[in-house]
Design a protein around this ligand. Structure first.
Ligand code: TXA
Ligand code: MG
Length: 326
């Protein structure tokens, strides 16, 4: 026990040292792996954008070790924030607040708001608390691609571009955090994610908008094509899944279907088994898309989920992965 404790501490010290030296550390969170840098080191933050191939105008989430840290990163914090933080932090919720001077243009893309989150992973919380600063971290994948849910995914995609990859096991939620904008009169979900819309409405006891407001294009997750595998993705009504899979296969495509074991499929179509519930599907979706890409499938077909609970976030990611590629 003492020995294991020692090993864990060494990795945390190493991560903190890399961060302090302006390096990049891939960190496990409950949602997806993040590509982390010291949020107050502009050069380090710029390297995140370079490694991801991400436009500098797309702001990053600053990860914090504790709710109390929010005070130094944001100003004019509304009461709705405290209600949400009490209910969901540490956890898969990101809040957008008015930024303080501590949040630089490099992190916020020059906006007057900042996105903040306390992630729920023991290893990363220890790193954050030992580092005592904010860690800016987007998902640890190349821009527009599928987010990583294991350390191996990060290694395969970013490998030597990162100083250190902390392996914290597979992510328990499996898709990104819910982003809630608290700078408007009505709270708005900019990106559905690991905390359901229903739970946010229940905690706030008031209406919560969905989607960016009007001309707002601040969240690149809102771009039409995103989270995309190499294979094509086709999302169809549940009752047409059998016929669609059969037709695409007859067209000569290498077709795989993401479906629970109980779903009936045409003979010869490859089934990649996924749980039938939204939580289970969310947890396994990105890993499944990566695996099917590696196995050379040309088309992945799956059924449109309902919008209850994590279904809303799953649907959002499926539609973006299925969107025409620019
Ligand atoms: O679960 C997650 O949120 C993961 C883990 C690593 O924490 N992170 C993640 O980061 O998904 P990323 O960069 O892939 O997506 C962050 C999203 C982007 O869509 C970005 O535009 C949005 O957050 N965002 C960041 N700052 C914002 C701001 N000030 N206003 C509106 N949206 C913002
Ligand atoms: Mg991302």
């Amino acid at each position: 026990m003492r020995y294991i404790r020692f090993i864990v501490d060494q990795r945390i010290n190493e991560a903190v040292t890399v961060l302090r030296n302006g390096g990049l550390v891939a960190l496990p969170t409950e949602t997806v792996y993040g590509l982390g840098a010291d949020a107050e080191n502009e050069l380090a933050v710029r390297r995140i954008f370079a490694v991801k191939g991400r436009p500098a105008s797309h702001p990053l989430i600053v990860h914090l070790g504790d709710t109390s840290d929010v005070r130094s990163w944001a100003r004019d914090v509304p009461n709705t924030f405290y209600a949400l933080a009490r209910a969901f932090w540490p956890g898969p919720l990101t809040v957008v607040l008015w930024r303080s001077d501590r949040a630089s243009d490099a992190v916020t893309g020059g906006q007057d708001t900042v996105a903040l989150r306390v992630p729920d992973h023991p290893l990363t919380l220890e790193v954050l608390r030992a580092f005592r600063g904010g860690i800016a971290a987007p998902s640890a994948n190349r821009f527009g691609k599928v987010s990583p849910t294991t350390a191996e995914h990060v290694r395969a995609e970013l490998g030597s571009d990162v100083e250190l990859i902390l392996d914290g096991g597979p992510c328990s939620v499996g898709l990104e955090s819910t982003i809630v904008d608290l700078t408007k009169a009505e709270p708005r979900i900019l990106r559905p994610g690991g905390v359901s819309r229903e739970d946010i409405i229940r905690v706030l006891g008031r209406p919560v908008g969905l989607g960016p407001a009007g001309d707002d294009v601040r969240a690149p997750g809102m771009l039409a094509s995103h989270y995309a595998p190499r294979a094509g993705l086709l999302v169809v009504p549940r009752d047409t899944l059998f016929a669609e899979a059969e037709q695409r296969q007859a067209e000569g495509k290498r077709v795989a279907v993401l479906a629970p074991p109980t779903t009936k499929l045409p003979a010869g179509v490859h089934r990649h088994e996924v749980p039938g519930d939204a939580e289970g599907f969310a947890r396994e979706l990105y890993g499944a898309l990566r695996k099917l890409d590696a196995e050379g499938f040309e088309l992945v077909v799956t059924a449109m989920p309902g919008e209850e609970g994590l279904g809303l976030a799953v649907k959002d990611r499926l539609l973006k992965a299925a969107a025409p590629r620019g």
